[in-house]
Design a protein around this ligand. Structure first.
Ligand code: NAD
Length: 478
């Protein structure tokens, strides 16, 4: 049974929507309705906005060490509840239980990190120009913040926004995805149970476009943080313009993987197969365009296919499953379209390629070789379990092809030549570059894109700074 009771959190009270509207939550592995998520009405949203204004007044005055205590107590509670919450996450999103636990453990670390870092939101004193004056730079919480987040990391996407805001002293009004509501509710419960004051965190659900229009037209939120697709990000930024909210945009990517012929090929294949099919490829930093140098291309394709055939696909609650279903039926159709288009452009399907069964949104891990740069999958974000492989001959050629798209999120490079690694790190148009390993995401390092992949960072001191504003104070004769 789905463990989480789905409710809205407004002004410290758990409640249903005042107009009684609900939406079914579907388990993508079984297509069964597992719960009903309440929708907030317009008046519920107004209450949540007011609550976040009231919550902000309390939280910004709460000393940083007390904020840290509440947040770290909440992290401990979430850790105690991790088995139950992992089950919620797997049932609503599909990823295997072990991945849900890893995601939750990461989210707990994010909460602990921001809780600590909030104590270090230092300003500075600037040497004066005129005798008798003192010049100071203060860092203050930016104000009530709001966030809308996608379904692919139900814990992490929500936690990065909530913990960043709370660590900085902001309140947060968040709309998690209606497809994966329970995990965010569980995070909010841990904070409420740890003693978070009313209104500091408000959680709502609804029709995404209605909620975001309503919330973003209000002057109360001073900051928007969004994780999701590029078109939605652009839309939300436009909606934020009239009230000039500061924005952080964590949008899609199309990560190139560049494998030079001097790479440790076994490591490259081990890393990239595991990373590519994590969360069934529904990851913004998922490797999505494989460029392999000519001399090692056949060996690479062969080794990847061998590894991919061992991946067990199934219901994430079942023992031994490594890859779950896609989040919804719509994603199956997208995968079919990508593959038929790539084949029409000369690609070969090495393994996978067709939906598995007819119950649950299962699609096999798929490898395509000889993929032309003109195939849609090489220019549009696949967001699914397809690895398209192409070859290249020279350094300059691969840099040009890697940088040819408007995206700029993650990039991965495999080479054992230090000079080549340094040169390509400097050339790549990306917010994050992983050389010889995929670990570009940690609580303490900045995570974010450039160009159409968005701007602003989550994680690291940059992630805290995203929720702070700068005030200059100059004193004379005091
Ligand atoms: P989508 O763009 O319809 O939705 C993505 C998320 O944004 C959903 O959780 C949705 O609830 C939310 N959303 C949509 N419209 C919104 C609005 N007007 N206001 C507020 N929130 C809104 O796409 P999808 O079919 O669910 O997912 C597929 C695409 O989304 C992929 O191609 C990928 O590019 C992108 N995506 C990116 C990330 C990421 O981490 N950057 C995460 C999930 C999805």
């Amino acid at each position: 049974m789905y463990p989480e009771k789905l409710e809205l959190l407004i002004a410290g009270e758990w409640c249903q929507g005042s107009e009684g509207v609900q939406e079914a939550v579907i388990n993508p592995a079984t297509e069964e309705v597992i719960a009903q998520v309440p929708h907030a009405s317009a008046s519920d949203l107004d209450r949540a906005l007011q609550a976040s204004a009231d919550g902000f007044k309390i939280w910004k005055k709460t000393p940083a060490n007390q904020r840290q205590k509440v947040m770290s107590d909440a992290a401990n509670l979430l850790e105690e509840r991790i088995d139950t919450v992992s089950k919620t996450l797997t049932m609503e999103m599909g990823k295997p239980l072990f991945e849900s636990k890893i995601e939750l453990q990461f989210a707990i670390e994010v909460m602990r990190w921001y809780a600590e870092e909030g104590k270090r939101a230092y300003g500075r004193v600037i040497p004066h120009r005129f005798p008798g004056t003192r010049q100071m730079v203060l860092k203050e919480p930016v104000g009530p913040a709001c966030a809308f987040v996608a379904w692919n990391f139900p814990a992490n996407n929500a936690m990065r926004k909530i913990a960043g805001a709370l660590g900085a002293g902001c309140s947060m009004l968040i709309k998690p995805s209606e497809e994966t509501p329970g995990t965010a509710v569980a995070i909010a419960r841990s904070l409420q149970d740890a003693g978070l004051p009313p209104g500091v965190l408000n959680v709502v659900f609804g029709v995404p476009d209605d909620v975001s229009r309503h919330v973003l037209s209000s002057w109360i939120p001073r900051k928007l943080s969004f994780t999701g697709s590029i078109p939605v990000g652009k839309h939300l930024q436009k909606l934020s313009a009239d009230t000039l909210k500061r924005c952080t945009m964590e949008l899609g990517g199309h990560a190139p993987v560049i494998v030079f012929d001097d790479a440790n090929l076994e490591k490259a294949m081990d890393d990239m197969v595991a990373f590519k099919f994590r969360n069934a490829g529904q990851v913004c930093i998922s490797p999505t365009r494989f460029y392999v140098q000519e001399g090692v291309q056949d060996e690479f394709v062969h080794g990847v296919v061998e590894r991919v055939k061992k991946i067990k696909v199934g219901n994430g609650l079942d023992e031994g499953v490594v890859m779950g279903p896609l989040v919804g039926h719509r994603r199956l159709e997208v995968m079919d379209d990508f593959i038929s288009d790539a084949v029409a452009h000369g690609a070969k399907v090495e393994t996978g390629g067709q939906r598995l069964g007819n119950q649950g949104y299962f699609f096999p891990p798929t490898v395509l070789s000889n993929v032309s740069d003109d195939a849609r999958i090489m220019t549009e974000e696949p967001f699914g379990p397809i690895a398209p492989i192409s070859s290249f001959s020279s350094f300059d050629e691969v840099v040009q092809r890697a940088n040819s798209l408007p995206f700029g999120l993650a990039s991965f490079v495999y080479t054992q030549d230090g000079a080549k690694a340094t040169a390509i790190e400097e050339e790549l148009e990306a917010g994050m570059v992983g050389v010889n390993h995929p670990g570009v995401s940690t609580p303490e390092s900045p995570f974010g894109g450039i160009n159409e992949s968005g701007y602003g960072s989550e994680g690291g001191i940059e992630g805290l700074d995203a929720f702070l504003r700068t005030k200059f104070v100059t004193e004379y004769g005091v």
